[in-house]
Write a protein that binds this ligand. Structure first.
Ligand code: ZN
Length: 238
């Protein structure tokens, strides 16, 4: 594979590539953190003991991790299917109508600002070098680096979810004291804020809005869970 050094050293493009992976990982961790913490906070608000809280958290972690993996697998698989179909179509067209395909490529490079002369030369040389790759990349925007990998995506997203879910579990295990809900909510918001800021910073965006957004939704989720736990705990306990 030739290396596209000029393109890769361009910082904005670096950020775009990084945020794809990073965004998925941080979103998965946020999901695991918010949903498991919410579950445990809700249960803690009913006055459940530590054992019940740990069982709840473990069940939430397992169900969530599988749900993330399944969702990601299905969605990335359908993306992979359509990439495969595009590849097959392109391969067939190149075989059956190579002249039309060359014209198509010339048109694409002209549309990007090259003169007819240069576009023709570029299209000819790239077609001679690797016609299928040229079409996949420049006509369909596919390249090997962003090829859909369902199993990898499923494992990454389940792993990120589990990492996020471990935070509230550790809090329950390490802190057995009073006002567990409050400690849990505080710890969850702290980690959420850090994750949000980190994701924004690594993605090249300002960290404050990134942290604020995730904190807002996290606080909403914790508040709702605690409220539901209180209401149900009171009505079931009465
Ligand atoms: Zn084509």
């Amino acid at each position: 594979m030739p290396r596209h050094t000029a393109l890769e050293s361009y910082p904005a493009i670096h950020h775009v590539h990084k945020t794809g992976w990073l965004r998925a990982a941080v979103l998965g961790a946020n999901d695991g953190l918010i949903s498991t913490s919410g579950l445990v906070v809700g249960m803690a608000a009913t006055g459940a003991d530590t054992r019940t809280l740990l069982v709840t958290a473990a069940a939430g972690l397992t169900a969530g991790a599988f749900s993330m993996a399944a969702g990601e697998y299905v969605s990335v698989s359908s993306q992979a299917d359509s990439e495969k179909a595009d590849r097959d179509t392109e391969q067939r067209e190149l075989k059956e109508e190579p002249d039309l395909e060359l014209l198509e490529l010339i048109g694409i490079y002209q549309g990007r600002g090259l003169s007819l002369e240069l576009a023709t030369q570029v299209a000819r040389e790239l077609t001679a070098h690797n016609a299928l790759n040229a079409h996949l990349r420049d006509e369909l925007g596919l390249n090997e680096r962003n090829t859909a990998r369902p199993l990898q995506a499923a494992l990454a997203s389940a792993g990120a979810f589990i990492a996020g879910a471990l935070a509230p579990i550790l809090v329950v295990m390490l802190y057995g004291g009073p006002d567990l809900e409050v400690v849990l909510i505080a710890a969850t918001l702290l980690v959420l804020g850090l994750l949000g800021a980190l994701a924004a910073k690594l993605g090249g965006a300002p960290w404050r809005p990134g942290a604020a957004r995730v904190l807002f939704w996290g606080a909403l989720a914790m508040g709702a869970s605690a409220l539901i736990g209180r209401l149900f705990g009171a009505s079931v306990g009465a």
